[in-house]
Design a protein around this ligand. Structure first.
Ligand SMILES: [Zn+2]
Length: 129
């Protein structure tokens, strides 16, 4: 139990998050961490942003702004949401964010299009958003 708490905390999970997963008191989690000599992060650093969809956990990657699953094989949240609601994305097709906001992954903001058309839409500046 102690090892699991420490490992989860190292991974960026919050005391609150750990307490939910292990079904224990949040205070108990932070006390155990403190007892192990671990410094509790300030609240604003407690949780790395993450989202859940269809039982999978996703994190935002700072490098490109996309949300990726934390499990292997790594998948994009927007593609998973598209495939969940609409169906499989054809080979060499991309799922594009209509308003260019990679945080809005609802199907109403997404559009599947051929890779080359997607590239043109973005003027080949980026690999797409
Ligand atoms: Zn795009």
């Amino acid at each position: 139990m102690q090892e699991q708490i420490e490992a989860m905390y190292e991974m960026g999970e919050s005391c609150r998050g750990i307490s939910k997963v292990l079904d224990m008191n949040r205070r108990c989690v932070s006390n155990r961490l403190k007892a192990a000599g671990i410094t509790i992060r300030p609240l604003y650093k407690q949780r790395k942003p993450h989202r859940y969809f269809n039982g999978k956990k996703y994190r935002k990657r700072k490098a490109d702004g996309y949300w990726y699953s934390t499990t292997v094989p790594e998948t994009y949240l927007h593609v998973d949401m598209w495939e969940y609601s609409v169906g499989p994305v054809p080979d060499k097709w991309h799922v594009h964010h209509e308003n260019h906001n990679k945080n809005l992954n609802m199907v109403c903001n997404l559009k599947a299009m051929p890779r080359d058309k997607h590239g043109k839409h973005h003027h080949y500046k980026t690999r797409g958003d």
